[in-house]
Design a protein around this ligand. Structure first.
Ligand code: ADP
Length: 313
């Protein structure tokens, strides 16, 4: 039986309710919502019934508890989340600008999840899991990056598989060692899930078909390109499938890519037909944007089927 592992930040997100003033004026805020890209991803994997776990760190506080409760309820093994006494759970405050773009105030580096380190529980999970999902953003923190790289090498050596979502803000790309770390992960990757321009990370200056062909030639089995409100595409040797975007009302795009990735991975690991896996992941991403709060839009299989049949009718 496959068991999926990811490693990284668990935090809460708190959202401003006004656009123009951002956080410069007092206002009602909404949240705390469970969050953190790896947490959203693994919550979606759990909701689809695939055995899964996350290695992370939270404080002994309500922000930590709200995450533990949600992840547990959705089927995620939380034994690898260390509860750090005397430390605070990470948080992110998000506001939307008038044009719909987002700006964040983060408290991550000095929070519990910014000091992730191996524990007996995390070591045991690395030994027992068969798949690791890597997020590129892990490499912006040297200790976390080192843990993720070590886990990737071990899971690969155990005969497991790796999925990789670059998940990188462009300004992080030029951090010391970042490109070398991303290239080392790519060399171990079985399923690559970039969004938009991230496809060209390793191969700037060539067009999409050439970049995809090069990735498949390196031995990557499946490449899935996330295209936001443009849908998504899947590539395997001799196969291209496109999924048109579903018509949904976008309320909050945060977490769509992680939700899409979690859904696609669950189906891919189960050996589903690639077109069917893409169709359901496209629905998971679409459903995610209709809910306020990054993890509020993760879906069960029944919710995905309902959205897809609604859109057919
Ligand atoms: P990321 O958050 O990694 O940038 P995207 O924004 O590309 O990811 O979203 C992931 C997927 O979610 C898309 O490929 C698409 O399937 C779906 N999606 C995202 N935004 C929308 C939208 N506005 N309408 C319909 N589907 C969407």
């Amino acid at each position: 039986m496959n068991k999926v592992l990811t490693i990284g930040e668990v935090l809460v997100e708190i959202v401003a309710t006004t656009r123009g003033n951002g956080f410069l004026a007092a206002q009602p805020l909404v949240g705390p919502f469970p969050s953190g890209a790896p947490a959203i991803f693994i919550d979606q994997v759990g909701k689809l019934g695939t055995p899964c776990a996350i290695i992370s760190r939270v404080g002994d506080d309500d922000f930590g508890r709200v995450n533990l409760k949600r992840l547990r309820a959705d089927g995620v093994d939380v034994s690898g989340i260390e509860i750090a006494a005397g430390e605070s759970t990470g948080s992110a405050f998000v506001r939307y600008r008038e044009d719909g773009s987002r700006a964040f105030v983060y408290n991550i580096r000095h929070a519990a999840c910014g000091k992730l380190r191996p524990t007996a529980a995390s070591e045991a999970l690395i030994e027992s899991c068969t798949h690791l999902h890597v997020m590129g953003s892990a490499f912006s923190a040297p200790e976390l990056g080192g843990m993720v790289m070590d886990a990737a090498r071990r899971i690969k050596a155990q005969g497991g598989t790796i999925s990789f979502d670059p998940n990188l803000r462009p300004e992080l790309l030029d951090a010391p060692g970042m490109r070398a770390a991303l290239a080392a992960v790519l060399a171990m990757t079985d399923l690559f899930m970039p969004s938009g321009e991230e496809l060209f990370l390793f191969d700037a200056g060539r067009d999409e078909p050439a970049v995809i062909a090069a990735l498949l030639d390196r031995g990557i089995r499946t490449v899935v390109v996330k295209r936001g409100a443009g849908g998504a595409s899947l590539f395997q040797r001799g196969l291209r499938v496109d999924a048109k975007p579903l018509a949904v009302e976008e309320v909050d795009p945060t977490g769509a890519g992680d939700t899409f990735g979690g859904a696609f991975l669950s189906l891919w690991l189960a050996g589903s037909d690639p077109a069917e896996a893409l169709r359901l992941a496209n629905a998971a991403g679409a459903r995610a944007v209709t809910r306020l709060g990054p993890m509020e839009g993760t879906s069960t299989r029944a919710e995905l089927d309902a959205l897809l049949s609604e859109q057919k009718g």
